[in-house]
Design a protein around this ligand. Structure first.
Ligand code: ADP
Ligand code: MG
Length: 273
């Protein structure tokens, strides 16, 4: 079952724009899949995320979230609940002065009863490993902790899918790892994850990598299928995983290796054989 269906979607911010920000995109995302979207600045990634979340409506084409048409106003809140969004700047998403109140905010707005909210907030805090911080003011947390609280806020809505737009861009390396580990754990428990990132080491951890350029999809496949196209990926202004680049240099030097190595352990194992 596809939780997100994007069908021939085009989007322009203004009628008079010469280019579409999203230009003929087709993507189906299966429930439980962990997808990374990468692409140079301005390639249309954030626009696509906003289209999925019904913050924007396609100029042409259709998007369905769990079968709900994102251009149907009456489905707006259901759509945003099904596919919750996490943005780049953690400071812009936390609203309350206490962590657990922040997480309770979404379910409270939905009119969920207090006992159920309490249960959901505790479960969400535990899921992102922030239960011990529930009484703290969010502004005293690290960036990685704040993003985990933002993720917990979505979990408390029982969202099936989490869409994250460069959630680690403002974090230090340890914060980035905290967020990635949280996403992988939630994915292992069945959540669908759509992660927009410019970090290749994050993209290689996904089930599927989609490369966008100038509003359209250029590559779409497993990390191995995508990253073996080094030259093409560089042409789109993107980095490639260092280990893939190293492996391909070794191949050019005559060493017999596969061209789709994406993790260091894989390369080490092959070289030590
Ligand atoms: P990315 O997230 O991949 O960097 P965006 O989706 O933000 O790309 O931008 C895609 C294109 O849409 C770019 O050309 C950008 O300049 C344009 N764009 C983005 N936001 C707006 C906006 N609010 N108004 C007009 N044009 C925009
Ligand atoms: Mg963006």
């Amino acid at each position: 079952m596809d939780i997100i269906k994007i069908e021939n979607v085009k989007f322009k911010y203004n009628k008079e724009d010469s280019r579409y920000a999203v230009d003929g995109v087709n993507i189906n995302i299966k429930k439980g899949q962990f997808t990374a979207i990468i692409g140079h600045n301005g390639s249309g990634k954030s626009t696509l995320a906003k289209l999925i979340n019904s913050l924007l409506v396609p100029t042409e084409g259709k998007i369905y979230v769990n079968g709900m048409d994102t251009s149907d106003d009456s489905k707006l809140w259901d759509i945003r609940q099904t596919a919750g969004m996490v943005f780049q700047n953690p400071d812009n998403q936390l609203v309350a002065t206490i962590v657990e109140e922040d997480i309770a905010f979404g379910p409270e707005n939905q009119g969920i009863e207090p006992a159920e909210i309490r249960k959901r907030v505790d479960a969400a805090l535990k899921a992102v490993n922030m239960y011990d911080y529930r009484k703290r003011p969010p502004h005293l947390l690290s960036g990685g902790q704040k993003q985990r609280i933002a993720i917990a806020g979505i979990l408390a809505l029982n969202s099936e899918c989490i869409v994250l737009d460069e959630p680690t861009a403002m974090l230090d390396p340890s914060g980035r790892i905290e967020v990635m580990d949280t996403l992988k754990k939630l994915n292992a428990q069945g959540k669908t994850i759509l992660l927009i990132t410019h970090y290749m080491d994050e993209a290689v951890q996904a089930d599927r990598v989609i490369v966008m350029d100038k509003g359209s999809i250029k590559l779409d496949g497993t990390p191995k299928e995508v990253f073996r196209n080094l030259d093409e990926i560089k042409k789109f202004g993107l980095d490639v995983p260092q280990v893939t680049e190293l492996a391909q240099s070794l191949i050019k030097e005559g060493i017999n290796l596969p061209s789709d190595i994406i993790c260091i352990k894989e390369l080490v194992d092959l070289l030590c054989r």
